[in-house]
Design a protein around this ligand. Structure first.
Ligand SMILES: Cc1cc2nc3c(=O)[nH]c(=O)nc-3n(C[C@H](O)[C@H](O)[C@H](O)COP(=O)(O)O)c2cc1C
Length: 155
């Protein structure tokens, strides 16, 4: 049986958001998904097109997500088009220091592309601890549960 697929794309300067991304992927795997956590510059648009779910994460720098992540989401919309993206399950996350705007902005951009972003939009202050990583795994499991409930039309 083909497993449903999750791609987790992150932008992380010191590895904090990357740790969240890896834990989200592990949580989804525990619930039977095929999941891959990749840095934004390694992300493959064809893989995203084929995925049932996408999780996007960036740390907050100067009160917003990194420009490169914003450009990545815009490129995703342009290259894949709304029909390929619409109806996918999504999640937004990121590490922050004091204001934490990036995950909220990511969720807004994903929703404007028609992605069904689930709650919570997950934010962790600085380096995730064990409890934070459990929450990230929980989000991965929730993504898998949401995918099971979603029937997407075959393209
Ligand atoms: C130059 C710089 C600017 C930052 N600006 C913000 C900010 O505006 N708001 C905030 O919440 N955190 C800010 N931070 C804190 C980072 O988001 C935080 O260190 C985070 O854990 C980095 O995660 P990463 O390793 O995934 O990139 C900033 C950090 C640096 C070095």
């Amino acid at each position: 049986m083909v497993k449903p697929k999750l791609v987790v794309v992150y932008l992380s300067t010191q590895g904090n958001t990357k740790k969240m991304a890896d834990a989200i992927a592990h949580g989804a795997e525990d619930r039977g998904m095929e999941a891959r956590s990749v840095s934004f510059y390694e992300a493959d648009m064809n893989e995203i097109r084929d995925a049932d779910a996408i999780a996007l994460g960036s740390s907050t720098f100067w009160y917003k997500m990194h420009d490169a992540m914003e450009r990545f989401i815009e490129r995703m919309g342009k290259e894949l088009g709304q029909t390929a993206i619409e109806g996918k399950v999504g999640a937004a996350f990121g590490s922050y220091g004091w204001s934490g705007e990036a995950p909220v902005d990511i969720a807004r951009m994903m929703r404007s592309l028609g992605i069904k972003v689930i709650d919570p939009v997950l934010r962790v202050q600085y380096e995730p601890n064990e409890r934070d990583l459990e929450e990230c795994k929980r989000l991965g499991k929730d993504i898998a549960n949401a995918v099971k409930k979603t029937v997407r039309p075959v393209a």
